[in-house]
Design a protein around this ligand. Structure first.
Ligand SMILES: CC(C)(COP(=O)(O)OP(=O)(O)OC[C@H]1O[C@@H](n2cnc3c(N)ncnc32)[C@H](O)[C@@H]1OP(=O)(O)O)[C@@H](O)C(=O)NCCC(=O)NCCS
Length: 198
């Protein structure tokens, strides 16, 4: 007899990849509708500094969280979502005007950090640090990926640990009137991972 498997689209399919007490970090396999609203709410805090474009909606959630090749990771405290970070292969962002200017565009070796956000009351206590660390570890596990890049406000990336260089400066990022920098992080400075994948 044929067995029909009905997927419940309201529930997320995740792998718990780190945890400590009430704090957990989950790699999203497929985001369920129950998790849309908390993510949309958190994304509002990006709008002031980065522009309205960063406020998530159902379509952009599907685009960034449920897209083959992306690396969406969420953080929960007591089971409630408190933040997220999303990595996207440069090649999936081809519609962005800055994207093809990266010398690595087309090489499938770079994950662009599209968004990184933690709810205000959970900032400055190590959760963001852990989320970022776990994200970078998973980014370098992706076959062929050796760099992560991103846009941050001028001066931010010089504080990053690791091998990070500033590639470009943008005078008026996304119409915010702010100067941003485009940084590139070498995820594998000792070339350990590159040897492994050949
Ligand atoms: C960015 C954010 C998640 C950092 O959280 P926080 O609790 O304030 O974090 P901390 O100051 O303890 O820093 C944690 C790590 O994040 C890094 N960080 C801080 N600001 C960052 C930024 N704008 N982009 C990327 N990483 C950043 C820090 O350098 C630190 O990394 P380290 O472990 O290598 O030292 C948080 O401030 C936030 O949600 N800001 C609003 C959204 C935002 O500006 N996002 C960034 C670009 S989309």
């Amino acid at each position: 007899m044929n067995k029909t498997i009905i997927q419940d689209s309201s529930l997320s399919e995740v792998d718990e990849i780190a945890s400590s007490g009430n704090f957990t970090i989950e790699l999203i396999r497929r985001l369920g509708e129950n998790d849309y609203d908390p993510l949309i709410e958190i994304s509002h805090s990006l709008a002031d500094e980065y522009g309205e474009k960063y406020i998530l909606n159902d379509n952009t959630i599907r685009k960034y969280f449920n897209r083959q090749g992306s690396l969406p990771i969420i953080a929960r405290f007591q089971k409630k979502i408190i933040g997220y970070i999303i990595g996207m292969p440069l090649e999936l962002l081809s519609q962005e005007p800055w994207c093809r200017l990266d010398e690595n565009y087309g090489k499938f070796n770079t994950l662009y950090t599209y968004a990184f956000v933690i709810q205000n009351k959970y900032k400055k206590n190590g959760y963001a640090k852990t989320l970022k660390k776990v994200y970078l570890n998973w980014a370098k596990k992706r076959e062929g990926v050796i760099f992560s890049t991103g846009h941050v406000k001028k001066g931010i990336s010089s504080k990053f640990k690791g091998k990070v260089e500033i590639i470009n400066q943008i005078e008026n990022w996304q119409g915010t009137g702010e100067i941003f920098e485009y940084y590139r992080r070498d995820l594998d400075p000792e070339k350990i991972h590159q040897k492994k994948v050949g």
